[in-house]
Design a protein around this ligand. Structure first.
Ligand code: ADP
Ligand code: MG
Length: 470
């Protein structure tokens, strides 16, 4: 959603929450600046207003944004000039590094160039705001992301020295942007501690591209280059958009080389691996592989539970374990969806005063759950998988034969069908050579008993379950 659209929708709700007076005096005067990485940047007119908003209105704004988008959005307030000078000030960037406290190249609504923000009281400069909630502390690490997480930490501790560049790839909603911001946040925190100056730039490739096009059009390429080639840590998100953009790849290549030669840190993320980014120039591929290439895999059910628990705690939700298990089992696509489900359920409960139960989850997340259903494995998938794992044929599972080496796998397959497919027992029995539903129930009991008494059986079935979920 665009910043303006989001803000308009938020205002519609806020009008109902606040009195007309408060709305007119405070809310209506805010300026939308930017919306990216789950941060909505709003402009206020002075420092007093900034503090007043933080103390009185920000939590209501964030709660409303959460309800509208289903995502956890941080409101960031910046003092900006409220005078109407559109597209102002020639940029006076000399290399003498004069300390300016604010730079207001902020035009009326959307800044043509993202504002540079200096963290007050420090000599640290961050360009394109980092989400303060995306930190290493708030990232739940599992086997799926341990490499990426460790590499990101190493890079944040010693930028430019350990892995350069660091290239992180993985499917959507798995925490790439989160890690990228965590690096930026950590680098800045360290610099502040040591009283050092550091320049961190976070930018999506899309934005980099737009700025580049604009720079070319306005013949301000030098300025563009200076901006990107004087940073200490360059964090570039979603580089899969480099696909087939030759001019940009050229520019990117040179920026990359300059920074690399100066031992400046570069971190890149992509939702595709290097070989899957189409038409990526060979020389860029080779540059990107100089450092460390690492991936993030989807979380398994245990990790999904750990993430849910952590997020519920952060949001002060009193979520019982059974609801946690239910959500973790049903919502499998990625962490963003998991988080979205939790937020939606929380908002629903806030509004209706319903309790934290599985029944409530089913109502509040109806459409999400039915979408997941469509992706659940079917009986045939399960039969194939079980047959492979136990080294028998699918035909054996369906046949009337009952030797032990077939009987138990068959029971496991039936159990998995009941757990994962949402098919009625009759249909499951039918698919196993026309057995009746009593046989399926019996099979499930046998398997559950075995899982209780035998750790090996439990682990191997758990593993099968996880694998079938994708
Ligand atoms: P991506 O950039 O890979 O598409 P994001 O970094 O935007 O994904 O993550 C989506 C959401 O899920 C964010 O709110 C993020 O904080 C959260 N998230 C992702 N992975 C984790 C994790 N391992 N621990 C905690 N939160 C996570
Ligand atoms: Mg992302």
């Amino acid at each position: 959603m665009l910043a303006n659209q989001l803000w308009e929708r938020t205002c519609e709700r806020l009008k109902k929450i606040f009195t007309a007076e408060v709305y007119r005096l405070w809310i209506a005067r805010l300026k939308v600046l930017d919306y990216e990485s789950n941060i909505l940047s709003l402009g206020v007119w002075d420092e007093f207003a900034q503090i007043w908003f933080k103390e009185n209105y920000v939590s209501a704004l964030e709660a409303t944004l959460r309800e509208i988008t289903g995502e956890s959005i941080t409101v960031q307030l910046q003092v900006v000039s409220f005078e109407d000078h559109s597209e102002s000030s020639e940029e006076q960037e000399d290399s003498s590094q004069t300390e300016k406290l604010t730079e207001s190249s902020v035009s009326q609504n959307m800044p043509a160039i993202p504002p540079t923000v200096y963290t007050p009281g420090t000599t640290t400069e961050v360009q394109n705001i980092l989400n303060p909630k995306y930190t290493f502390e708030s990232f739940v690490v599992g086997d799926n992301s341990s490499m990426a997480h460790a590499a990101a930490m190493a890079v944040a501790q010693n930028p430019g020295q350990s892995y350069n560049p660091l290239f992180i790839y993985g499917g959507v909603g798995l925490g790439k942007t989160h890690l990228l911001h965590a690096i930026g946040n950590r680098v800045i925190a360290n610099a502040v501690k040591m009283g050092k100056r550091v320049r961190v730039v976070y930018v999506t490739l899309e934005k980099f591209l737009n700025e580049y096009i604009e720079a070319v059009r306005e013949q301000k390429c030098d300025r563009f280059r200076r901006k990107y080639r004087r940073v200490d840590v360059l964090l570039i998100d979603d580089v899969q958009f480099l696909t087939g953009r030759e001019g940009l790849q050229e520019e990117f290549f040179h920026t990359f080389n300059d920074l690399y030669n100066d031992k400046k840190q570069i971190v890149l993320t992509s939702d595709r691996s290097l070989s899957e980014i189409k038409k990526l120039e060979e020389r860029l591929v080779s540059r990107f592989s100089w450092g460390l290439v690492t991936d993030i895999q989807p979380p398994n059910v245990d990790l999904r539970m750990a993430i849910l628990k952590q997020k519920a705690k952060d949001m002060n939700f009193q979520m019982p374990d059974e609801v946690c298990v239910f959500l973790a089992q049903k919502i499998r696509a990625n962490v963003r969806e998991l988080e979205g489900a939790l937020i939606r359920m929380g908002s629903y409960i806030n509004l209706t005063q319903a309790s934290w139960s599985i029944e409530t989850a089913k109502v509040a997340l109806q459409d999400l759950l039915s979408r997941q259903l469509a992706q659940a494995p079917n009986i045939e998938d399960i039969q194939k998988k079980v047959a492979t794992v136990y080294d028998i044929r699918v035909a054996d599972l369906i046949s009337k034969k009952r030797p032990a080496n077939i009987a138990f796998p068959r029971q496991v397959a039936m159990y998995l069908c009941r757990e994962l497919t949402h098919q009625p027992l009759i249909a499951i029995g039918e698919a196993f050579g026309g057995r009746d539903h009593g046989t399926v129930i019996h099979a499930c009991k046998v398997v559950e008993n075995q899982m209780d008494v035998d750790d090996n059986v439990r682990n191997s079935i758990q593993k099968l379950k996880n694998e079938l979920e994708y």
